[in-house]
Design a protein around this ligand. Sequence first.
Ligand code: NAP
Ligand code: MG
Length: 491
Amino acid sequence: MQHHVQPLALVASAYGGFTGQYIAGRWVAGTEGVTSLDRNPFNDDTVAEISLASLSDLDLAFEAARSAQAEWAKTLPSERAAVFLRAVAILEARKDEIIGWIVRESGSTRIKAGIEWGAVRAGMLEAATMPSAAQGHIIPVDRPGKEARVYKKPVGVVGIISPWNFPLHLSNRSVAPAIALGNAVVLKPSNDTPVTGGLLLAKIYEEAGLPAGVFNVVVGSSATIGDAFSRHPIPRVLTFTGSTPVGRHIARVAAESALLKRVGLELGGNAPLVVLDDADLGKAVHAALIGRFMHQGQICMSTNRIIVDVSLYARFVEAFTEAAKTVKYGDPDLPDTLVGPLCNDSQVRNVRASIEQARAAGFRECLAGTIEGRVVPPHVFANVTNDSDFARQEIFGPVAPLIRATSEAEALAFANDTEFGLSSAVFTGNEARGLAFAQRIEAGMTHINDITIHDYPHVMFGGEKNSGLGRFNGKWIVEEFTTDHFVSIQR
Ligand code: NAP
Ligand code: MG
């Protein structure tokens, strides 16, 4: 396929002035009559003031998507691809600006914001390949003169609800494929990240030349517009990324919609990282450290339980604790900070409660520190039992539970003894052993001799059990955002 990409001339000098909604290609005020302060979680600076969406704004957004979709679906594959290639060029030209927004609005460290920027860029490049990936079939059938075809078509309008932890990436990983495949979108970002979760992405696609109405962003209180979003009669597919309880609620509400819809759910996790007796200790410690403390533990694939064979346990605890002491925490804007502030006060309360829970259970506190503002320093607890409430929950914070397993079989049983099944990892010096172990883990994703956090735009992403339903990325997301139409011809 040939792409005719216009030379890029940036329209706006810098992205800013986010004050409301992006509906039908227009930047408009929300009409709920409520203004929300969007604050920097590290220093409480106000980064934007947003007038929130009302129920009628939500309707306008879905109607705009519906009216724009048919024309958009008729565009040539190369025209759709070109939007994403221009978006990539914009992302590159505005790299510092975009990373700055992620750091300021969500408390991301510079390290994590750089990774997120890279994930968005990769996702846009992958989206540029998708317009031609929606391929149908011609299928032989047992009837003379009959030709059976299956056409692959856009679903129409897609509704997307995204979280605050990787806001730009987790919004874009739904938005980009949905649009590339000829759908129109309404996105509701988290109120913690209205800009990087939605409005900034809208600026990028607007500047990249996406026609008005194909992509709409509504920023509103979940209490006001949440249920109306989930049960809205226009979207045929809804994708939600966030916590398991909210995901369940959304699936329930969506089931009441006047238009039945497919609901994709990417939910919470409790990733185990298992260290078998023949593992490279240094590499396992490093992977556990990065996998647990990256983005202060606020990642669905974060290493939530570190399960170590008894033969290595004492050495692992010591080496992990020593390494955790060297982790830089505090100001997310400094280049080598690994642990910045938690996103909001309720997260701080949750993580504080988890620490108290570990103390009350009598687990060995190897490393602790004083919580200042929203910055929680790395905490390490050893001799944690796998069936404790502390180990069973998803701890969205820089708190590491170290669990001892007496054998490989016990390590596997521990790894699987959880309601979640998103990511996982196993460390071993024997690749065949690692593979056999990996195949018995009840999870959507398992990594041998590496961290638990991996997301490639062309490789399947998703979870088992209460970590969700459906799959993202590559050909899997093509299935999510298209529908098949059987058309037969009798000759
Ligand atoms: P959350 O509280 O479930 O919120 C997720 C999104 O849902 C936000 O946009 C939120 O908006 C919105 N929301 C809340 N209540 C709603 C309702 N009744 N109707 C419609 N929308 C509603 O999750 P979070 O705290 O943002 O994110 C952390 C969780 O997400 C963790 O459990 C993490 O594991 C999970 N996660 C999963 C993945 C994955 O791919 N599996 C990726 C990242 C995160 P407001 O914030 O404005 O209320
Ligand atoms: Mg904020």
